[in-house]
Design a protein around this ligand. Structure first.
Ligand SMILES: *Cc1c(COP(=O)(O)O)cnc(C)c1O
Length: 709
């Protein structure tokens, strides 16, 4: 019998590595100890262990079953860290001496570390986790935002309210790095004629490391301490300084840590100043000129662009660039024209702002979009950078995003997978054969598992609605307490950032028709919304208001719910429990989109515009399509057509198929589709496949190696 102290020590050790963030079997241990506290701490294992009643903890750990789960988890983590990993580890060859440095402005690893705002961050988190699983040498580089991204409340008028709270660092699986004298390791970054000191946080993400730079330290004047407080907060001046701190600071930090990357991966343009710092260093060390340095740096630089939406590309006025980067420009020995030209398509156009995407494109030899369609759109969008090339020859590749399976696959569903595929199936997730055993899944079993997950979601919604800050305006007592959602009603989920091009209210464009759908006597539907709008995005906030209004409208009430404060926890519940995942962006503005891939793993069906990843994944039977991917120059026209197609597919395909129940009580046609969705898409749209693609197409070529086939 293992002593309680040992078990507690094992738990503490487990929670020091963020590995626990993608192991639901560990969350279940905490749930079994004190489920209320687990929820109160926002599923934060470190905070849980800090706050849990010690007598209760000891008592629960007396149970043999729980004790052995703790010991087993502890052993699994040790084995995981000790193993050299699967085949990819061998493929990575030269990267073992010189790893990939993966730069990103946000990382979404878990809801307890709120330094992400949406898809970009979650993707970066998934990339790190997949690199860890595959033992591909990769370190993440980002900023530590003490207040992170805002928490969302909704007031009685449906207006979004933004709250910032300081993250309690002592309750996170991260630690500040110290030097030999036990002083915090400090680097200095020149920005806007000041020398900003930064500390470095380290998060262990399985076998990978994530380094987060932080300038909120006493050495800096107050004004500078604020620079890294909030993700995507502040004005343009804050933004450019953050980007210098991330890019330039990241290079300095890696050097200070003795890490010498073979490849620099700029995940989105925010970090592109890193390439200039690298050039400056090469020029100083090798006594070469800027052009020679550029050639060397771009060979090792990989750049991924993430959006065709113009607002998603940072652009700075030349004066802003001069103010922030004068020091670096001098080190690069460049005149203003050449320096500004690095971020311009037309060097001599003084009105053209400095674009981070242009800089990144110019400073990298490998560039990619994040889906087949987005690759094409990006080649068109950036054709002017290569004016003498045909569009199809613009050197921008594509690697379609994927999601980290263990982070989003429900535990119940994983148990089912293991029953049909064996416990080892996760090792080769990117192989279709690894998934093929699911063809034999018993329809009743799949449906039953889905119902369990759906019940969990509805339960979660009930709890959230009961505690959401602003009480819903109770119009003459017509509103029953709770959400009113029902288990046997077709349930649609819609959750993402509330950017206007994503058109959250498209399904409401004809309110009468929408009402007819939700209130149908025999075949009703209900819809759960969640999502934040950027604090400066008024139109996005208006969309939220429009939807929240419906949630209190007696005509819709009980069928439309808005969950405040979308985060990874809300996302997990939604993608695991809904029947249908709705996505209706204005094509082709969704570069990839990944939430629909999470849904696939859990057996729900996508109903989506043919945009992003779904444009290449949809085969006619593995989900539903809204329209056929037509694009109109006039957005009004586009919205009209897409709304018509949305109603059509719901009325003619989705609803009839869902409610077509056989004598045995099962909707067999629907379940067939669920199975086919998993089988046809699961192997491809996961982060393991994505990482192997990067390895083969980008990382290895950057260090002059290839995958031996
Ligand atoms: C997966 C995820 C996203 C990205 O999904 P999209 O389909 O790109 O909107 C955004 N936010 C959270 C919390 C997620 O988990």
């Amino acid at each position: 019998m293992v002593s309680t102290d040992t078990l507690v020590a094992q738990l503490e050790e487990i929670t020091r590595n963020m590995w626990w963030c993608w192991h639901p079997e560990i969350w279940q241990i905490f749930e079994a100890i004190d489920v209320e506290l687990w929820r109160e701490t926002n599923q934060n294992a470190v905070a849980f262990l800090d706050h849990v009643d010690k007598a209760l903890l000891a008592d629960r750990l007396q149970s043999g079953a729980l004790a052995s789960r703790v010991t087993q988890a502890s052993r699994r983590l040790k084995e995981y860290l000790a193993a050299s990993g699967p085949q990819a580890n061998m493929l990575a060859g030269p990267l073992h001496q010189a790893p990939v440095a993966y730069f990103c402005a946000e990382f979404g690893l878990h809801e307890s570390l709120p330094i992400y705002s949406g898809g970009l961050g979650v993707l970066a988190g998934d990339h790190l986790k997949a690199a860890s699983d595959l033992a591909v040498p990769l370190v993440g580089v980002g900023l530590f935002y003490a207040e992170g991204y805002f928490q969302q409340g909704i007031d009685e008028n449906g207006q979004q309210r933004e709250y910032y709270g300081r993250t309690e660092v002592e309750n996170l699986s991260i630690r500040k790095l110290h030097d030999a004298n036990d002083e915090p390791l400090t680097i200095h970054v020149e920005v806007a004629n000041r020398r900003i000191a930064m500390h470095i946080w380290q998060a262990e993400v399985g076998r990978s490391n994530l380094f987060l730079l932080d300038c909120d330290i006493p050495q800096n004047p107050d004004e500078d301490r604020q620079l890294t407080t909030q993700l995507y907060g502040g004005d343009q001046r804050t933004r450019i300084r953050q980007e210098v701190l991330l890019g330039v600071g990241g290079v300095i930090a890696l050097d200070r840590l003795g890490i010498h990357p073979g490849v620099y991966h700029l995940n989105e343009g925010h970090s592109a100043f890193a390439t200039l710092e690298l050039c400056a260093r090469l020029m100083e060390e090798e006594e070469i000129d800027f052009d020679e340095a550029c050639t060397l740096v771009s060979k090792r630089t990989v750049f991924t662009t993430h959006t065709p939406v113009p607002a998603g590309h940072d652009r700075f006025a030349p004066e802003m660039i001069d103010e922030a980067l004068d020091h670096l420009r001098h080190r690069l020995d460049l005149d203003l024209r050449s320096f500004h030209g690095l971020g311009r398509i037309n060097l001599d156009n003084p009105d053209e702002p400095f674009c981070m995407t242009v800089l990144a494109m110019k400073m990298s030899d490998y560039r990619n979009g994040v889906s087949h369609l987005h690759g094409r759109v990006s080649r068109r969008m950036w054709n002017d950078l290569w004016p003498f090339r045909r569009q199809s020859e613009v050197p921008i590749d594509h690697i379609t995003n994927g999601v980290h399976v263990s982070s989003f696959l429900a535990n119940e569903m994983r148990t089912l997978y293991e029953r049909y595929l064996g416990a080892d199936w996760t090792l080769e997730k990117e192989m279709p054969e690894a998934w093929s055993g699911l063809a034999a899944v018993d329809p009743g079993e799949l449906w039953e598992t889905h119902q369990v997950l759906k019940a969990k979601l509805l339960d979660f919604v009930e709890r959230r609605v009961a505690t959401q800050d602003a009480p819903r305006g109770d119009k003459a007592g017509q509103i029953t307490p709770g959400s009113g959602l029902k288990q046997d009603v077709l349930t649609i989920g819609f959750a993402r950032r509330f950017a206007t091009y994503k058109r959250a209210d498209l399904i409401m464009s004809d309110l009468e028709r929408f009402k007819a759908l939700v209130s149908d006597e025999e075949r009703p539907l209900q819809i759960i919304y969640a999502g934040k709008a950027h604090p400066a995005d008024r139109p996005g906030q208006a969309l939220i208001r429009r939807i929240v209004e419906r949630t209190t409208d007696p005509e819709f009430c009980g069928r439309v719910v808005f969950l405040a404060d979308y985060d990874m926890n809300v996302a997990r519940h939604l993608v695991q429990g809904v029947d249908v995942w709705l996505n209706n962006p204005r094509r082709p503005q969704e570069a990839c989109g990944t939430s629909g891939q999470k849904v696939v793993l859990n057996g729900a069906l996508n109903c989506s515009i043919l945009d992003g990843w779904y444009a290449e994944a949809f085969d006619g039977l593995n989900g539903f399509a809204i329209g056929r991917g037509r694009e109109f120059a006039d957005p009004g026209r586009q919205d009209q057509q897409d709304a018509a197609d949305l109603y059509k597919v719901l009325e003619k395909e989705v609803i009839p198929l869902y409610y077509d129940v056989d004598a045995d009580g099962l909707p067999h046609g629907w379940i067939e589709r669920m199975k086919w969705a998993i089988l046809s898409m699961g192997w491809r749209y996961n982060a393991q496949r994505m990482l192997l693609d990067y390895l083969e197409r980008a990382y290895l070529p950057a260090v002059g190696a290839t995958v031996a086939s």
